[in-house]
Design a binder for this molecule. Structure first.
Ligand code: GLV
Ligand code: MG
Length: 319
């Protein structure tokens, strides 16, 4: 269900107040870039950053990256001006607004209504600008399904580990790593799975948040591999050095991609008249059936979106 959404394996965070980082971001191969007006942007720098962001979006040069702006959350005094200035100024060159610290469905509805008014006023297509919802505290997690379904604009549900850890009093300062003292499982499992279930139930993408030890690419890879294994679609990257790792971890391997395409071809043949109209069949040593086809469709869609080319092709047995 999420396959029609644009790939977001790597979502690059860029402070909206830094022209230097914005210029650099254009040259990098992240699937998504988000220009930040929230926590990476000091309060005094926010008004100037809105203008820098509008100009950066309108100047273009973003290739096929998804262009997103993170505004401030609704409990601040900044949200309406963030949205109004950025969308009025650059709505035609913007794909989504990221709303942080979402706690209730109403907060999504409020953003949806504001976007709709701006789109109408400016003559933009109504409903084109998507919403990315960050889940960053207990209340947001408890309401995650209502948040996911509050507007058809919602495309992604994002885990914000730093704010989340702070909001639940987790005893750790190292974002993305396990809290010291908890050695019987993954402290984030419930949170990640709740976000993933809401996303999968409603055709949204599930995105994992940042890993702050930016020089530790192996650490990034290890943590990213966990959410990728569960089924997440991508992860934030804070540094150019994390981008290739994210693109790789959230794409299928060549071997899995080939295998998925082979399952699809083989199953199509076995279920056909010529292949014997079989519901279950053997592909090598493996039994495949309709559920195998569904699993293969997921891997194949991710592989195609990542631009993988088939290297091994299955052919039907000779008559
Ligand atoms: C991201 O916004 C986080 O709080 O982790
Ligand atoms: Mg946050």
């Amino acid at each position: 269900m999420t396959s029609q959404l644009r790939p977001r394996r790597s979502c690059l965070a860029v402070p909206g107040s830094s022209q230097k980082f914005i210029d650099k971001a254009r040259t990098l191969n992240a699937d998504q870039v988000f220009l930040d007006l929230e926590d990476a942007c000091a309060p005094l720098a926010k008004p100037g950053a809105r203008k820098t962001i509008v100009q950066a979006l309108n100047e273009g040069g973003w290739g096929d990256k998804i262009r997103v702006v993170r505004v401030n959350d609704w409990t601040t005094e900044w949200t309406y001006r963030d949205v109004t200035e950025v969308v009025e100024g650059a709505g035609a060159n913007l794909d989504a607004i990221m709303l942080p610290k979402v706690q209730t469905a109403d907060q999504i509805v409020a953003l949806d209504l504001l976007l709709t008014q701006i789109e109408k006023t400016m003559g933009y297509e109504v409903g084109r600008i998507a919403i990315e919802a960050q889940i960053e505290n207990a209340k947001g997690l408890l309401n995650v399904e209502a948040i996911a379904t509050a507007s058809p604009r919602v495309e992604t549900i994002i885990f914000g580990p730093a704010d989340f850890m702070a909001s639940i009093n987790m005893k750790s300062l190292v974002v993305g790593e396990q809290p010291p003292g908890y050695d019987v499982g993954d402290a984030y499992h419930h949170i990640l799975m709740s976000i993933l279930m809401a996303a999968r139930a409603h055709g949204k993408q599930a995105i994992d948040g940042p890993y702050l030890q930016i020089r530790d690419v192996d650490g990034f890879r290890r943590v990213a591999a966990r959410s990728a294994a569960l089924g997440f679609d991508g992860k934030w990257v804070l540094h150019p050095g994390q981008i290739d790792a994210a693109n790789e971890v959230f794409s299928p391997t060549q071997e899995d991609y080939d295998h998925a395409e082979n399952i699809l071809d083989a199953y199509a043949w076995f279920t056909s008249e010529k292949g014997g109209k079989r519901g279950a069949a053997m592909l090598g040593d493996e039994m495949i059936d309709e559920a195998s086809r569904k699993m293969a469709l997921v891997i194949s869609a991710k592989g195609r979106a990542a631009g993988l080319q088939r290297k091994q092709i299955w052919t039907p047995p000779e008559d």
